[in-house]
Design a protein around this ligand. Structure first.
Ligand SMILES: C[S@@+](CC[C@H](N)C(=O)[O-])C[C@H]1O[C@@H](n2cnc3c(N)ncnc32)[C@H](O)[C@@H]1O
Length: 301
């Protein structure tokens, strides 16, 4: 019998193997511990340990990290922070649609503004130089007077709302860049604009996963047809497809199309648009190339 040791830690179990030989911990256990140790060091260094411990408590209301940990972020974080790394003078970030703040908290631009009618974290205890408006994007844009360098549009995923958000965002991002989420749905069900209907349809059709993107792709079609004053790229091949948009010439106002023109795009189905893959008119571009293109333009402004 192996004696209980006060030095033994979880994950390091030593048990009697058949034949009386001790079975030693597997090497990957050590790797996990090294990774955990470096994560803990990083959390302490960035002043985030207290937040991490709080957020792990069952039933605790989530708090945002005090300082960004970009390596914990997703493809949105990677793309936004790549722009900031290439253009360190960028200061002001706006995110429409925050949910748990998992992108927002890892963005490295120093001044961050977020908007969501239903944020899923504590908005009374925010990191420095960060503000959150508990409001819809329409309400926010009706009253904002600030300007931004980078905007991430990830709010209501209907194409009419995203189009409205984009036009309003362009007005407060005269020399910057806008990233729009979920512009390429994965299938017909994920392209349905209502999330609940989309997920119910997935279940009914037996489609795997819980993917939902909405019909934001119809907004891209409208940009292709009616907004030559805008430059854009659809980032493909490295995580969620997103649209990177900027003004060809700063100061060229974008005039919204009439509602009846916008409504016509509702007639296009997922198969009409993506039956042959991402259409060339969407300018599908690898992430690094799309970001380089944007940086080239922004660095001259
Ligand atoms: C996909 S989640 C955002 C995820 C977040 N950007 C991230 O990267 O972790 C969409 C969010 O949009 C918010 N939302 C819904 N309607 C909105 C509106 N009209 N204006 C702003 N946000 C909205 C929802 O409350 C939800 O939290």
């Amino acid at each position: 019998m192996v004696p209980q040791s006060s030095e033994r830690r979880s994950g390091e179990s030593m048990s009697n193997a058949p034949g009386g030989r001790v079975s030693w911990p597997q090497p990957q256990n050590r790797k996990v511990k090294v990774a955990r140790f470096s994560t803990a060091v990083q959390l302490i260094r960035t002043g985030n340990l207290r937040i991490e411990l709080h957020n792990r408590r069952r039933g605790a209301q989530r708090h945002l990290y005090r300082r960004p940990l970009p390596e914990r972020g997703n493809w949105s974080v990677r793309r936004i922070n790549s722009l900031h790394t290439a253009l360190p003078h960028l200061q002001n970030y706006l995110e429409i649609g925050l949910a748990k703040g998992r992108t927002f908290e890892h963005v490295t631009l120093p001044n961050r503004v977020g908007v969501d009618p239903n944020p899923q974290f504590n908005v009374d205890s925010l990191p420095a130089r960060t503000s959150v408006f508990v409001a819809t994007s329409d309400e926010f844009f009706a009253s904002v007077s600030d300007t931004f360098d980078v905007v991430f549009l990830d709010g209501l995923h209907t194409y009419q709302q995203t189009y409205r958000d984009l036009l309003a965002a362009l007005g407060v991002t005269p020399t910057g860049v806008i990233l729009v989420d979920d512009v390429v749905p994965s299938d017909e069900a994920s392209a349905l604009p209502d999330e609940a209907v989309s997920l119910a349809t997935r279940r009914r059709l037996g489609l795997p996963g819980k993917k939902w993107h909405g019909d934001v792709f119809r907004m891209v079609m409208c940009l292709v047809d009616h907004h030559p004053e805008l430059a854009f790229r659809t980032i493909v091949g490295s995580g969620n497809e997103q649209l990177l948009v900027w003004q060809e010439e700063p100061g060229n106002d974008s005039v919204p199309v009439d509602t009846d023109v916008l409504d016509q795009y509702a007639a296009f189905s997922f198969d009409d648009v993506f039956g042959g893959g991402v259409p060339a008119s969407f300018l599908p571009t690898h992430e690094s190339v799309a970001l380089t293109d944007a940086v080239k333009i922004l660095s001259r402004r």
